[in-house]
Design a binder for this molecule. Structure first.
Ligand SMILES: Cc1cc2nc3c(=O)[nH]c(=O)nc-3n(C[C@H](O)[C@H](O)[C@H](O)COP(=O)(O)OP(=O)(O)OC[C@H]3O[C@@H](n4cnc5c(N)ncnc54)[C@H](O)[C@@H]3O)c2cc1C
Length: 471
């Protein structure tokens, strides 16, 4: 398929009736009720108008919609939870294959596995699996899609003990660019299975995931501890040493922002810059208390919310900070460690935070993430020490440009320390950055896989691995 043939494709004269025939889900055109809501994605700064949204009810609908897109040369976007930072799950003109109606989840408590369809969100998966005292390590905001998160890797609160979301993956069902159904697992199409664990939506549309389950909670010791920004440099230096001895059960995230006016935040802190270390201990609460004690006793914390709580409540902790519809701009990088220079850059830029919504998080990696070999899955950066995710956030377009500039400045200052980047934290940053996410060798292997499964690049609205041969 020629690349320019799919650039912009209003349906106009197209025969939508052909797709309507037997379609179990919903087909929404711009004039239809429900279209406005269905075209919106999580990031409010993205505003696109597809010609048709195919809200699939099942695998047969997905097959029909893929064939329809292919036969008509349509630009195609695929939507799981709609949380792509750069809004890659919606397009102008063309077709959106929206999987959000596909909500089936089935836990097998004896086998300790769960099957989840492609429209499931993290909170929905956690709800079903926690009924059995288990969880799939997935992510930290409940309304994120299992699909996109898993296909990129899936960093999470349990990763140092159990690994990434992809490290739990046992098999997937997938529809190829030809509209064919294939399975991928360690024993069936193992090369495809390798590529799907990090390679995103490049090889087809996953309709169902099968994950291994892990025992978790239901009560965990978890939550944030905050210090005034004036103590941030010392806290981060202490933190660096403290985590170097921490057991794999402990996972931490460093975060800085102006304290939000939430009920559990004392009024005198509202709007003040605070530096937090957020913990989750994936083991016995009493053991966790011993591990976290030195952190709690360091300096003069102003708020300590790291207490025993339901795992489900902890998973929802970040939800109020990242609601749908705000304007988000994010840049990310991995670093090997946190030398004094990185700490200084971090604190200096924290002090320049302007918007009351802007925030950044620094994820701790290591543990089980790093015990899987770099070449065992497509995911890149397993040996990194930390992942920075810097977010400029506003309610509307007002002030957004200033926040973007703050993000870019912070990210650029860290440049000498960049090692890799997590593919799911990329904006639209070009091919070189995608190559960096995987490393040159794996990127070439992914391109070869792309040539096999999607030589015409039907699935291109993603962190695109182009099928062409590098010269
Ligand atoms: C609030 C928020 C919190 C986040 N927290 C985490 C976190 O804790 N850990 C983490 O690792 N990441 C996190 N992320 C990043 C997240 O992993 C990516 O944004 C991911 O792409 C979201 O998946 P989705 O299904 O919601 O997105 P979508 O926008 O629907 O899809 C993202 C990409 O995946 C493709 N895709 C979606 N579904 C399928 C499918 N079934 N088959 C094939 N391709 C598909 C889409 O075409 C698109 O290119 C977070 C993002 C947000 C916005």
């Amino acid at each position: 398929m020629a690349e320019d043939a799919t650039e912009f494709s209003p349906l106009g004269s197209l025969d939508v009736v052909r797709l309507e025939d037997g379609f179990r889900g919903e087909l929404l055109r711009p004039q239809d009720p429900g279209y406005e809501d269905a075209r919106k994605v999580w990031n409010g700064s993205i505003n696109r108008f597809p010609a048709l949204i195919a809200r699939c009810a099942g695998v047969a609908d997905v097959i029909a919609a893929v064939k329809y897109a292919k036969d008509n040369g349509l630009l195609l976007a695929v939507r799981g939870g709609g949380h792509s930072f750069p809004g890659l799950s919606v397009c102008d003109g063309g077709l959106v294959i929206d999987l959000s109606l596909m909500k089936g989840i089935r836990v097998d408590p004896e086998a300790r596995t769960v099957r989840a369809q492609a429209g499931v969100l993290l909170g929905e998966l956690d709800r079903e699996t926690q009924a059995f005292g288990m969880a799939v390590p997935s992510g930290i905001v409940t309304h994120t899609g299992v699909s996109g998160l898993t296909l990129g890797g899936g960093i999470n609160w349990l990763q140092r003990k159990y690994g990434l979301a992809i490290d739990q993956l046992l098999s997937v069902d997938l529809i190829t660019a030809e509209g064919e159904f294939v399975k991928a697992s360690a024993s069936e199409n193992p090369d495809l299975f390798w590529g799907l664990r990090g390679g995103g939506g490049n090889f087809g549309i996953v309709t169902e995931f099968e994950f291994r389950l892990n025992p978790v909670g239901p009560t965990v010791l978890a939550g944030p501890i905050f210090w005034p920004i004036e103590e941030a440099r010392n806290v981060l230096r202490f933190y660096r040493e403290w985590i170097s001895e921490a057991p794999d059960e402990l996972m931490t995230i460093v975060s800085c922002r102006k304290a939000p006016p939430l009920p559990f935040v004392p009024q005198e802190l509202h709007g003040k810059l605070v530096m937090g270390v957020l913990c989750c201990y994936a083991g016995a609460v009493e053991e966790g208390e011993k591990v976290v004690k030195p952190l709690k006793e360091f300096g003069s914390p102003i708020l300590d919310l790291c207490v025993p709580k339901p795992y489900l409540a902890h998973q929802a902790m970040f939800d109020p900070s990242f609601p749908h519809g705000r304007w988000y701009y994010l840049r990310a990088c991995d670093v090997a460690e946190l030398p004094d220079e990185v700490i200084d850059i971090t604190v200096d830029h924290s002090l320049r935070i302007n918007s009351p919504l802007t925030t950044f998080v620094i994820w701790q990696l290591g543990g089980a993430v790093a015990r899987v070999g770099e070449d065992e899955t497509a995911f890149g950066g397993r040996s990194a020490g930390h992942t920075f995710n810097i977010g400029g956030i506003t309610d509307t377009a007002e002030g957004f440009e200033e926040e973007r500039q703050w993000v870019r400045n912070f990210w650029s200052a860290l440049k000498p320390y960049h090692t890799s980047v997590y593919v799911n934290f990329l904006m639209e940053e070009g091919e070189e950055r995608i190559r960096q996410a995987y490393g040159a060798k794996k990127y070439e292997r992914l391109k070869a896989l792309k040539r096999r499964y999607d030589p015409d690049n039907l699935f291109r609205l993603n962190q695109n691995i182009r099928p062409d041969v590098t010269v």
